[in-house]
Write a protein that binds this ligand. Structure first.
Ligand code: SAM
Length: 286
């Protein structure tokens, strides 16, 4: 089968099957061999790896993954793509295509069945409309993972990588950085896709930590605090957290905890580090 990273080959397949792009599924197919090579090398795929690909499309990156990985499981929601994938991936016996919604499949079960529960790598050119739920789902359901190497909207890649005090810093930055080390490995312009997206893209690699970089007594309490802080970004932490529904903390308790941390009563969440959120969560839990 011809390399689909070459634009003419992708166009030939789209014409052969009279494929109609579905905007609602975030379909932008990669047509750049350099970007594909870069994704595979950044993900450091070897024949020892079992790779989960989210949204294989017509199978462009799947071909590259099948060449370098031991096994590939690709989950695609659009049933119109399934016969195309059977065609474009016919020469590979190490690829399994599952026609399903990645937000509904039991990924832990796939890892159990396909890789005996050993950590997998996730590699994907993600559908941008569900980037955050996909990443958070992988981390929060504790799927055994080595790394996640993904194409996302440039702005979202920036949000995952930045630290406190910048406009992009928020709940996604903290959540990602609690679980993994983020590194942007490439910026990718719209002309590397068909059709062209109207935003810039970036490839980011998230390398899962064996142990989180901070210790916290109650992880879910810390994340509830983080979400509440950034829901009310413009407010001080005392006002934002003291008002937040479902948190069950008073302004006085927040004030007291900040005092114990040696911080001013007027601090905002956007200046708080992961360590500080962990400390605040522990103090409020006492
Ligand atoms: N991997 C291909 C490539 O790089 O050319 C396609 C990438 S395209 C940006 C995203 C793919 O994800 C599409 O094939 C789309 O149909 C699929 N997709 C969208 N939502 C999905 C979901 N909830 N579960 C699984 N696949 C999904």
């Amino acid at each position: 089968m011809a390399n689909l990273g070459i634009p003419q080959n992708t166009i030939a397949i789209l014409q052969k099957y009279n494929f109609n792009f579905q905007k609602k599924f975030g379909q932008n197919f990669l047509i750049d061999t350099n970007v594909l090579d870069k994704i595979i090398s950044s993900a450091q795929i070897t024949k020892d790896d079992c790779v989960l690909e989210i949204g294989p499309g017509i199978g462009t990156m799947t071909q590259y993954l099948a060449e370098s990985a031991g096994e590939v499981v690709a989950v695609e929601i659009d049933k119109a793509l399934i016969p195309i994938l059977q065609d474009t991936l016919q020469e590979y016996d190490n690829v399994t295509v599952i026609n399903d919604d990645i937000l509904k499949v039991d990924i832990n079960k796939i890892v159990q069945e396909r890789n005996a529960g050993r950590p997998i790598k996730v590699v994907a050119n993600l559908p941008y409309y569900i980037t955050t739920p996909i990443i958070m789902g992988l981390f929060e359901s504790h799927v055994p993972l080595k790394s996640i190497t993904i194409m996302v909207q440039k702005e979202v890649a920036d949000r995952m990588q930045v630290g406190p005090g910048t406009k992009d810093y928020g709940a996604l930055s903290l959540a990602v950085q609690y679980y993994a080390k983020p590194e942007i490995v490439a910026n990718v312009p719209p002309n590397c896709f068909i059709p062209r997206p109207n935003v810039g893209s970036a490839v980011i690699r998230l390398t899962r930590y064996d142990e989180p970089p901070v210790q916290v007594k109650d992880e879910s309490k810390m994340f509830a605090l983080i979400r509440a802080s950034f829901n009310q970004r413009r407010k001080t932490l005392v006002n934002g957290l003291g008002n937040a529904a479902g948190l069950n903390v008073s302004k006085e308790q927040v004030l007291q905890a900040l005092e114990q941390m040696g911080l001013s009563a007027t601090v905002r969440g956007e200046t708080f580090t992961l360590e500080q959120f962990a400390k605040l969560s522990d103090l409020l839990g006492e």
